[in-house]
Design a protein around this ligand. Structure first.
Ligand code: ZN
Length: 65
């Protein structure tokens, strides 16, 4: 399968970014289909947020009113 560089718009920050052919190949090899929807910056910050949530499940599940 041949991939070509794609210009995409990030759904979070609405900035255009490049999705290089090599990354599309890696993405497909990882079992993902379709284009990614976020730029590398937003992907990284979302991963950091999710890691922080996973590290603090008690805080995330407790609500004080
Ligand atoms: Zn973004």
């Amino acid at each position: 399968m041949n991939f070509t560089h794609q210009r995409l718009i990030c759904v979070d920050c609405m900035n255009g970014y490049l999705f290089p052919a090599e990354e599309q190949q890696a993405h497909a090899d990882a079992g993902q289909s379709g284009p990614i929807s976020r730029c590398p910056d937003c992907t990284t910050s979302r991963a950091a947020i999710q890691a922080a949530r996973a590290a603090a499940p008690v805080v995330a599940s407790k609500r004080r009113y």
